[in-house]
Design a protein around this ligand. Structure first.
Ligand SMILES: [Ca+2]
Length: 200
């Protein structure tokens, strides 16, 4: 009788210890489960608006739209004013100063998510890098600088040259804790866009 009770007690002890261990593992798993930190956010739309400095001249809009981000659906580029044709380009005026402003959206969400505001809030982690393939000079406007005096690049100063054509590659770098103002620097690319321009 005693022997049986002892065995029963041991079995019960093991059973409960095992259950508690299992429950603990399950709880820890649940606690660890939420989405990974700094998960990449979908940016469907990058719009660059160029406004002529001073009076006169047309505002130029360059728009990139990719509904599935890194997915297989091809991005669509559109320009106002546009050269049209198979490989359209934005038309800028020659020898003209513009101020550039970038806006980012996630249009796959309802309501549409304004990513620009998130970039402004995380200004010490983000840097736009511009690579000019002819046609214009671009410099940071610094009005959007972070606490360390480093630009974000949402705001830029543009100076076009003589008539011709070129490309502007814009890359948004995400550099939490490592941003130092150099391009491309460390970190990851959030979005990469190449616009065609014609200067006339
Ligand atoms: Ca895509």
């Amino acid at each position: 009788m005693n022997m049986t009770n002892n065995l029963m007690m041991r079995w019960l002890t093991r059973f409960f210890a095992g259950s508690i261990l299992l429950a603990t593992v399950l709880l820890v798993s649940c606690g660890d489960d939420p989405e990974p930190p700094n998960e990449e956010e979908l940016i469907t739309t990058l719009t660059l608006t160029l406004t002529p400095v001073g009076e006169g001249g047309a505002t130029v809009t360059l728009k990139f739209y990719d509904e599935d981000g890194d997915g297989p659906i091809a991005p669509v580029y559109s320009y106002i004013p546009s050269s049209g044709g198979a490989s359209p380009a934005a038309i800028l005026a020659a020898n003209t100063a513009y101020t550039g402003r970038i806006e980012l959206l996630n249009e796959s969400e309802t309501p549409i998510e304004n990513i620009t505001e998130e970039i402004e809030e995380e200004d010490d982690e983000h840097l736009f890098c511009f690579t000019v393939g002819g046609g214009a000079n671009i410099s940071y406007a610094y009005a959007d600088e972070d606490d360390d005096g480093l630009p974000v690049g949402l705001l830029t100063n543009w100076e076009t040259g003589d008539a011709g054509s070129g490309t502007i590659k814009i890359v948004l770098r995400h550099q939490p804790g490592t941003k130092n103002g150099t391009c491309p620097g460390s970190g990851d690319t959030d979005i990469e866009v190449t616009f065609n321009i014609i200067i006339q």
